[in-house]
Every structure is written in structure tokens, then in C-alpha cells.
Design a protein around this ligand. Structure first.
Ligand code: GTP
Ligand code: SPV
Ligand code: MN
Length: 588
């Protein structure tokens, strides 16, 4: 397997603590995958779906109290509480290790411990980093094989002395009261106990690729962001890449795979997907920002995914996919979720495994945070640059959230530092991706509130500092697909039609189109958003492009409160300056 002493020691210590009966090293081979699938089916951990209609696809149901990330139990363990900052739960490393070890001690007795060597990013790329996750869950192993690059090549890349991110996961008793997701940034270590839900247990994803990586990025001069990456091919064959940060369940997967409206397709536009959730970003020798997606699959929201909203995501789920907490259609042993089609199965099991009739039931069949884990290679629009070791150069960075009012459909920041301010003041309505109330407006700077592995003020400073190193920075924008009327209906069609906004953004990057200077930045003239083929009134468009100074004055007051009372310190002067400018602009 490996001669790497640190790996062997980590496995040895994990075994001594959790006392599994057996240790299995995961090599990612097809034989091993087949055997693990068969074993999980025999114990009921996985349900084998119709192999003709959905080859190599399986269904998993989590325990009912374990369906989303648990932000109140996600911890950053650093020696000083102030270094974790106001957006994180803090414990000292001593206390964190003590709690996790006490909970996990002996908890794998009678079970198997799997050792997963994996890489975030293409092995051999200077962006990439290796992790080792130990777990007692076959579901975790099979998901990690889809979501990351798993196998002996990762051990080979480590050699005898290489360092890696340690991940310890034990299901324990899936006890909510003792569920903890703890991060030890100084030790490159993650501990997860008492959960079996994706974001809490696929430790390569949010735990490593965002929380630990954001900490490393600050030390090493790069960025780990909650961003999709997409490429737009223009009719003249040129390609431009953008990265976009939206909070959980706010449209990253959908934008990353969008199919442009017919008039754009006819003209020769194409969109390709490099990533749908996470971007690792570095300054290139050319002074531009270059981004890779460190993942290898999509852990996407199922509800709402359909042939019309996201045909590329749907196509990606038709083979080799694990579905979690969706409806099982018993007539043909396939899956269903709200928003898939208008034909819910009558003879089905809901996400909890209870009999469910979609025609008569008034409760939802799939959990709102039900998900698919699909290999990226399945996606019809996956970018040819998906496996690129150098990544793709960014022309634009886009921030966006769910805002029923105030924030216009799109606006452009004045420059990098103002763009950092725009990211820092993001607010969005909460979704089912994390436990807790849904639809509550909260601050979510850069869509990273739950994922920054250190103090949010230092994170803002890191953005400002990065700006000084980029001679040719991407332009920074903000979008809002979620403006509503008084009846609560969305005012913008969204999905594929977001291409119309992307086009304006790219035109701005190339200096091809004018814009209106407003209190908050540059906003499009309605005439410059191409509505060809869309039955949509210019008045409505104007209404969602409007910047209401009164509302923004109130917003600026609220942001002042957020800066002063929540973040409190470590906010870069550049951001205070932008806030002052915003206030002045709203008075004028
Ligand atoms: P995570 O995987 O949790 O990070 O989510 P995500 O940001 O990838 O969100 P995703 O694309 O899965 O979309 C989440 C929800 O937003 C789904 O229910 C979509 O139907 C809805 N959605 C996505 N794009 C749009 C849009 O342009 N307009 C509207 N109205 N809804 C959208
Ligand atoms: C998110 O919540 O932003 C997700 C899903 O992408 S999870 O992996 O659970 O974090
Ligand atoms: Mn996400």
C-alpha cells in the first residue's frame, strides 16, 4: 500500500481509538466497488435501482435526523477563540480532540474501517492536495469515489514523506446530541462523528476543500471559494471563464450547466461546466486568476432538477449515481422528486422509506435537501478543461444570493476592492441545505459564511491582499435571480435565461457595452440585456434593474450594524471606505 510513515501512523492511531474488526484500503478498482455495492445492498444501506433504466445507480436513505449540514455543530478548533472569528463555533484543539476521541472510542468494534486515499484536484497539478479519510461507512466510500479522485496514485504521489489532510469519520450512533464536525486547521485534520449526511461526512468537500483549504490558502497565497466555474464559447470561437459564488441551494449547479436560449444557441454560444460548487484559485504568471475545480463529481440538489430547468444535470444522473433521500418509485424501481415532472408515482416509498402515494399525499416525497452524487464525466456539457492541471483563467467573478427585493438583477463593482466589498455585504435567504429555519435573510459574505476556516475579517483582508498581486484582475459582479413581486412570484425567468445576463457580464469585461453608474455600481441599460425570443416586458426588466436609494440607504445602515456588531474587528479599511461611499451615494 504505502511506506509513508505519517499515513501508517494516522491509520494505526485511528484503529487503536475506534477498534474496528477489519481495515480495508480503498484502491478505487471496479472489483472493490462492485463488492462494496453488493455488501451495502445486502445490509440495506443501499437500494439497487432498475439497472436497465439507471445502470449502476443506487438509492440511500439517511437517518431522519441527519439530512443536512449542521452549522451549530461545525467547529473550528484553534488555540485562540478570536482567531476563529464571529462566523464560526470555536473550541480549543485540546477540547475538540478530547470530545471527538471520547465519542469515537471503540465505536467501530464489529465494523470495518475503510481507508480512502484521495486527491482534491488532478494528481500532479500544482493546485492539488491529497487527503486520507478513514470511515466506517460504505456510503461514504462510494460517494468519495465519485466526488474525488481515489486510488493508489494518491499514495504514490505522497511518497514516503508527503503530507496530507487527515479525515476521521465514524457514524457512531447517528446521535444528534453528540454530532460534531470539527476542524483543526493547524494540524490539517478533520473529525466527524455521529452523522452520515454528505456535507458532514464526505470530508474532501466542505471540510477540506473549503474550511481547511481556505486556511491554507491564506497562508500560502491562494483562495478556496464556494464557487462554480463555467466557460462560455462565443460565436467567434473564443472562450471566457467565470466563477460564481452563491450560497447553498441558490443556483450554482444550475448556472454551471446552463443551456443558452435558442437565439443564443443559433448564434453559436455554448456553455461548458468546469465545476459546480468549489473553486481553488491562484495567481498565474500572466497576472490573471486561474481556477480549478478540485472535485470529480456533483453532489447536487435533486428537487427542482428536470428536463427543462437543468437537462445536463439530469443526464449526469442516469448512470453510476447515488441518490440520497429521494422517492423510490416501486412500479419501475426508479427515483422521483418534487419538480422532476408532473407525474409523481402512486406506488412509492418516500425519503423515509414509508409508503407514499404522490397523487394523493399532501406531504413531500423527497426531502427538500435530497441529493444526487453523479460523476462529472457523465455531464454532457463537462468542459474539455475539466482535467486541466493549470486550470482556466477567470474573466469575471460573480456573487449572488436569494433576495426578494433591493438587490438588482445584476450590477458591476467599480474595481477589485469595491468588488470585495460587494461580496462582503452579501445576504441571502436560508435554504434546506443546512438544518434550521428556511427563508430567513442572513449575511453570507462571499457565500462562505459556513465555510471560512478562520476569522471572517482576516478572510476579507486576504481578498484585499490578493487583489494587490493580480495585475490583470477579473471584473467583479453581483446577480440576483430571485427578485419577487408582491405575490411572491419570481420576476426573472432564471435558469437558461440567465445566459442573457452572462452575456452582458462578458460584454462588460471586454468593454463592449455601456452601463449606468448608480449608487451601488454599474447597472445595465435595459436595452442591453438581450431578450430575443423571450416573452418578457421591458418594464419588468427595468423594475428589477432599479436601484432604490432609500432601500440601499437602509441596507447600508444594516451593513454598518453587521460590520460593527457582528464582525466587530479586523475589517479592512478599504471595506469601510466602500461603505462610506455607498452611504454618500445614497444621500446624493
Ligand atoms: P448547493 O449544492 O447546496 O451548493 O446548491 P447550488 O448553489 O448548486 O444550487 P442549485 O443549482 O442546486 O439550485 C438550488 C435551487 O435553486 C433549486 O431548487 C433550483 O431549482 C433553484 N434555482 C436555481 N437557479 C435558479 C434560477 O435561476 N431561478 C430560480 N427561480 N430558481 C433557481
Ligand atoms: C452545500 O450545502 O453548499 C452543498 C451540499 O454543496 S454539502 O455538501 O452538504 O455541503
Ligand atoms: Mn455548495
Amino acid at each position: 500500500m504505502t511506506n509513508n510513515k505519517k499515513v501508517l501512523q494516522f491509520v494505526q492511531e485511528s484503529v487503536e481509538l475506534a477498534t474496528p474488526d477489519k481495515v480495508v484500503w480503498i484502491d478505487g478498482s471496479q472489483e472493490q466497488i462492485d463488492a462494496l455495492r453488493a455488501e451495502a445492498v445486502s445490509t440495506g444501506e443501499l437500494v439497487k435501482l432498475n439497472q436497465e433504466l439507471l445502470p449502476d445507480c443506487y438509492l440511500h436513505r439517511t437517518v431522519v435526523n441527519d439530512v443536512a449540514r449542521v452549522e451549530a455543530r461545525t467547529v473550528i478548533c484553534l488555540p485562540k477563540e478570536e482567531d476563529a472569528g464571529p462566523t464560526n463555533i470555536w473550541k480549543s484543539p485540546e477540547e475538540g480532540y478530547r470530545m471527538c476521541k471520547e465519542i469515537a472510542r471503540g465505536k467501530m468494534a464489529g465494523r470495518t474501517m475503510y481507508v480512502i486515499p484521495y486527491s482534491m484536484g488532478v494528481v500532479g497539478s500544482s493546485f492539488s492536495k491529497i487527503g486520507i479519510e478513514v470511515t466506517d461507512s460504505i456510503y461514504v466510500v462510494l460517494n468519495m469515489i465519485i466526488m474525488t479522485r481515489v486510488g493508489n496514485m494518491c499514495l504514490d504521489a505522497l511518497g514516503e514523506d508527503g503530507d496530507f489532510i487527515k479525515g476521521f469519520h465514524a457514524k457512531c450512533d447517528i446521535d444528534e446530541e453528540n454530532r460534531w464536525i470539527m476542524h483543526f486547521p493547524q494540524d490539517n485534520a478533520i473529525w466527524s462523528v455521529n452523522s452520515g449526511y454528505g456535507g458532514n461526512v464526505l470530508l474532501g468537500k466542505k471540510c477540506f476543500a473549503l474550511r481547511i483549504a481556505s486556511y491554507l490558502g491564506r497562508e500560502e497565497g491562494w483562495m478556496a471559494e464556494h464557487m462554480l466555474i463555467l466557460g462560455v464559447k462565443a460565436p467567434d470561437g473564443s472562450k471566457k471563464y467565470v466563477a460564481a459564488a452563491f450560497p447553498s441551494a441558490c443556483g450554482k449547479t444550475n448556472l454551471a450547466m446552463l443551456i443558452p436560449p435558442k437565439s443564443f444557441l443559433d448564434a453559436g454560444y455554448e456553455v461548458e461546466c468546469v465545476g459546480d460548487d468549489i473553486a481553488w484559485i491562484r495567481v498565474g504568471e500572466d497576472g490573471r486568476l486561474w481556477a480549478v475545480n478540485p472535485e470529480n463529481g456533483f453532489f447536487g440538489v435533486a428537487p427542482g432538477t428536470n428536463k427543462k430547468s437543468n437537462p445536463n444535470a439530469l443526464a449526469a444522473t442516469q448512470k453510476g449515481t447515488i441518490f440520497t433521500d429521494v422517492v423510490q418509485n416501486l412500479d419501475n424501481n426508479t427515483v422521483w422528486w418534487e419538480g422532476l415532472d408532473k407525474n409523481p408515482p402512486e406506488h412509492a416509498l418516500d425519503w423515509k422509506g414509508n409508503p407514499w402515494n404522490g397523487k394523493t399525499s399532501d406531504v413531500k416525497g423527497a426531502h427538500p435537501n435530497s441529493r444526487f452524487t453523479a460523476p462529472a464525466k457523465n455531464c454532457p456539457c463537462v468542459s474539455p478543461e475539466f482535467d486541466s492541471k493549470t486550470g482556466v483563467p477567470l474573466s469575471a467573478i460573480i456573487f449572488g444570493g436569494r433576495r426578494a427585493s433591493t438587490t438588482p438583477l445584476v450590477y458591476q463593482s467599480r474595481d477589485w476592492n469595491h468588488g470585495v466589498f460587494v461580496g462582503s455585504i452579501m445576504s441571502s435567504e436560508t435554504t434546506a441545505a443546512a438544518t434550521g429555519a428556511v427563508g430567513v435573510l442572513r449575511h453570507d459574505p462571499m457565500a462562505m459564511k459556513p465555510f471560512i476556516g478562520y476569522h471572517v475579517g482576516d478572510y476579507f483582508q486576504h481578498w484585499i491582499d490578493m487583489g494587490k498581486k493580480i495585475s490583470n484582475p477579473p471584473k467583479i459582479f453581483n446577480v440576483n435571480w430571485f427578485r419577487q413581486n408582491e405575490k411572491g412570484e419570481f420576476l426573472w425567468p432564471g435558469f437558461g435565461d440567465n445566459m442573457r445576463v452572462l452575456k452582458w457580464i462578458l460584454d462588460r469585461c471586454e468593454g463592449k457595452v455601456d452601463a449606468k453608474e448608480t449608487a451601488i455600481g454599474y447597472v445595465p441599460y435595459a436595452k442591453d440585456i438581450d431578450l430575443t425570443g423571450l416573452d418578457y416586458s421591458v418594464e419588468t426588466l427595468e423594475s428589477i434593474l432599479e436601484v432604490d436609494k432609500k432601500k440601499w440607504a437602509a441596507e447600508a445602515e444594516e451593513i454598518t450594524g453587521y460590520y460593527n456588531n457582528t464582525i466587530k474587528d479586523r475589517i479592512p479599511q478599504e471595506l469601510w471606505d466602500s461603505l462610506e461611499t455607498l452611504k454618500k451615494n445614497c444621500e446624493a
